[in-house]
Design a protein around this ligand. Structure first.
Ligand code: NI
Length: 182
C-alpha cells in the first residue's frame, strides 16, 4: 500500500466528473487500498479517487472513532438511491481544502448502492456522520465540493485564499530553482 499525494484547491481536477469503473479488478483494489492508507495517514474519514488525481468513481470511508476498531468501506460506482426529507447540519471539512470547516445542511439519512471491494453489489442505509460522508464523497465524483453549499461570499473568500497560497508556493519553487540553477 502506498500513500499517494492529495490534490487541493484550486486544482481544476477537483471539478472534473469521474468515470465509472467497468469492473472491480486488481487495479481498482490496489487503488482502494492506497486510498485507504492515504486517508488514514491524513487523517480523514473519507476520500474520493479524484483527490489522489484518479478520475474514477471510487470512494473509501471509515467513520470509526479514534481508538475504536477500524471499519473501512470500499465503494465503486456509488450512487445515492434515496434521501430523507429531514435535514441535518454537520460541520464538514475536506482533505482537499485543508484547515477549513463550515456547517453544511444535507439529508439526514440516505441509502446508497455500490460495488464492494469484491465487485459485489451492495446497498446500505446510513445516518449521522456516515450519511454525511457518503454524500460528501459521492459529490466529489461529480466535481462538487462542500464549499458549493455555503454562502457565495465565504466560498469566494476561501477559493481566493487557496489561489494565493498556490501562487506563493509556485513563486517559492521558482526562486529555489533559480538559486540552485535547476
Ligand atoms: Ni472532501
Amino acid at each position: 500500500m502506498t500513500i499517494r499525494p492529495i490534490i487541493s484547491l484550486p486544482d481544476p481536477r477537483l471539478r472534473q466528473k469521474s468515470e465509472p469503473v467497468a469492473r472491480v479488478d486488481d487495479g481498482v483494489r490496489q487503488l482502494m487500498d492506497d486510498m485507504l492508507e492515504t486517508m488514514y495517514d491524513a487523517p480523514g474519514v473519507g476520500l474520493a479517487a479524484i483527490q489522489v488525481g484518479v478520475p474514477k468513481r471510487v470512494v473509501v470511508i471509515d467513520t470509526a472513532k479514534d481508538g475504536d476498531e477500524k471499519h473501512p468501506l470500499f465503494l465503486a460506482n456509488p450512487e445515492i438511491v434515496w434521501s430523507s426529507e429531514e435535514k441535518r447540519v454537520y460541520q464538514e471539512g475536506c482533505l482537499s481544502i485543508p484547515d477549513f470547516t463550515e456547517d453544511v445542511e444535507r439529508p439526514e439519512r440516505v441509502r446508497a448502492r455500490f460495488l464492494d471491494r469484491n465487485g459485489e453489489p451492495r446497498e446500505i442505509e446510513a445516518d449521522g456522520l456516515l450519511a454525511t460522508a457518503l454524500q460528501h464523497e459521492i459529490d466529489h465524483l461529480n466535481g462538487v465540493l462542500f464549499i458549493d453549499y455555503i454562502s457565495r461570499l465565504k466560498r469566494e473568500r476561501i477559493i481566493k485564499k487557496f489561489i494565493k497560497q498556490a501562487k506563493r508556493d509556485g513563486d517559492e519553487r521558482e526562486t529555489r530553482q533559480r538559486q540552485t540553477g535547476s
